[in-house]
Design a protein around this ligand. Structure first.
Ligand code: HEM
Length: 226
């Protein structure tokens, strides 16, 4: 019997709910990161009581820390179901470049056809990213050591121009991934009447662009402050 884990719509539902959960994480993450830009303007960049330092402090509270496995689980579910859905689509539609011969091609955006590739790029960079910040902060705290100063991590990471460039490429891939993922998630959970779908697509571009600008500004600010 088909159920939520195995039916086609069930799988899409799991993709969309885990995706929306990751979107909420991104918003929280962006908010705390952008504190470091405010700190630069208020002269508190590097200060112990700077807004960004307080944001990171908040992230290390037990109530937030218990969310880490849930976040990791959300990522894993999103990735596993992405692979399952992609394999299923390859099977039923006959190959990765199926859209080239279908009339639907024009209606689909480049991002929608390349979600799995974009997802793999985003994921690859997350691993790279965790080695810059997470292992120096949360992992160290878990090991009973003191976390490295977050401002120092910002300047050390983004102070190298090539790391800055790689991060901006990452944010670009995330932009494409979100322009499709955002509205698609709402469509899957049932927000699929014509008028709202049009609106959601516009909101998706605005949201993805805000995320892109916010993260890029944080990184460039880190480069400037180095
Ligand atoms: C300018 C851009 C970014 C900066 C400065 C930044 C900074 C940080 C910092 C400081 C941490 C460690 C938090 C802690 O251990 O308490 C962290 C963790 C993390 N970041 Fe980022 N981040 C950026 C972009 C992103 C993006 C775009 C994603 C996802 C697509 C992401 C995903 C994660 C994840 C999954 C963690 C581990 C979970 C956690 O500790 O909350 N980051 N980042």
């Amino acid at each position: 019997m088909a159920n939520i884990f195995t039916s086609s719509i069930g799988k899409k539902l799991i993709m969309s709910i885990s995706g929306l959960f990751l979107i909420i994480f991104l918003l929280l993450h962006l908010t705390i990161n952008s504190f470091s830009i405010i700190d630069s303007f208020t002269g508190n960049f590097g200060a112990e009581d700077g807004l960004f330092a307080m944001g990171c402090e908040f992230m290390s509270l037990p109530i937030v820390t218990i969310m880490v496995p849930i976040l990791a689980f959300g990522f894993i579910i999103h990735i596993i179901y992405a692979i399952i859905l992609t394999l299923h689509n390859l099977d039923t539609r006959g190959g990765y470049f199926r859209y080239k011969v279908s009339s639907k091609a024009k209606a689909d955006s480049w991002a929608s056809k390349n979600m799995i590739v974009l997802g793999i790029i985003v994921l690859g960079f997350i691993v790279f990213h965790l080695t810059h910040f997470w292992d120096e902060m949360q992992l160290k705290e878990w090991m009973g050591e003191e976390a490295t100063d977050p401002y120092l991590l910002l300047t050390v990471t983004f102070g190298r121009w090539w790391v800055l460039v790689l991060y901006i490429i990452w944010f670009g891939a995330l932009w494409f991934h979100l322009t499709h993922g955002f509205w698609s998630a709402f469509q899957t959970i049932g927000w699929n009447n014509k008028i709202w779908l049009k609106r959601l697509k516009v909101i998706a571009y605005i949201f993805a662009t805000l995320i892109f600008i916010g993260f890029t500004a944080t990184a460039i600010n880190g480069y400037i402050m180095a």
